[in-house]
Design a protein around this ligand. Structure first.
Ligand code: SAM
Length: 189
């Protein structure tokens, strides 16, 4: 069976992230991706989870508490400044990262990811990935502003040197109503 976008994103991360490594949830929202990353890095690893909305941080914290997870650093911060928030000792140790673009499900939809900060965050996090490390990006683009973010993201990722990064697009091209699609960026070994 063809995998749906989010399960496939998680599968790619599962193949890349090793126990004890560092992982990044760039848009923690309700915390579902954060819990997946937490299990992948295990007790000896660490997850840095970013969101610019207190509501998202609170919801993620609740989910982590419910699941007894304690290997996550929650950061109320813009992901474009990830390098400043992730300690230098962890630079180069990041096995994988996930971006889930758009707005927080169950919110007023006023706060959305933007092309400038998304592209800058991908630039910043890809620079401190381990060799072979992976960034997966789930692109929602049906909302106001989503189409522009999608275009700027594709422009940026298409321009990356193929000797440094492999970039994949995974999309169901006959689905109605702007279905989300996946972009995955792997740093060369
Ligand atoms: N991954 C989440 C989950 O599992 O529930 C869903 C994420 S939701 C689609 C997108 C999130 O990105 C929102 O919570 C929003 O506040 C956050 N966001 C928007 N701009 C951001 C930024 N510049 N830095 C960090 N988070 C941001």
């Amino acid at each position: 069976m063809l995998k749906k976008v989010i399960p496939y994103a998680h599968e790619l991360l599962r193949e890349t992230i090793q126990p004890g490594e560092v992982a990044v949830d760039a848009t923690c929202g309700n915390g579902h991706d954060t819990t997946v990353l937490s299990k992948l890095v295990g007790d000896d690893g660490i997850v840095y989870a970013f969101d610019i909305q207190q509501q998202a941080i609170d919801r993620t914290m609740l989910l982590l508490e419910e699941q007894g997870i304690d290997n996550v650093h929650l950061l109320l911060a813009d992901h474009q400044y990830a390098q400043a928030y992730i300690p230098k000792a962890d630079h180069g140790r990041i096995g994988g990262a996930i971006f889930n673009l758009g707005y927080l499900p169950g919110s007023d939809k006023q706060t959305i990811t933007t092309p400038e900060s998304t592209v800058e965050a991908i630039r910043a996090i890809s620079a401190i990935l381990k060799p072979g490390g992976l960034i997966v990006i789930v692109v929602y683009h049906g909302h106001h502003g989503g189409e522009q973010e999608k275009q700027e993201l594709l422009d940026y990722l298409t321009s990356l040197d193929q000797k440094e990064f492999s970039v994949l697009q995974y999309a169901f091209i006959n689905q109605q109503n702007n279905p989300p699609f996946l972009l995955a960026l792997q740093k060369s070994v």
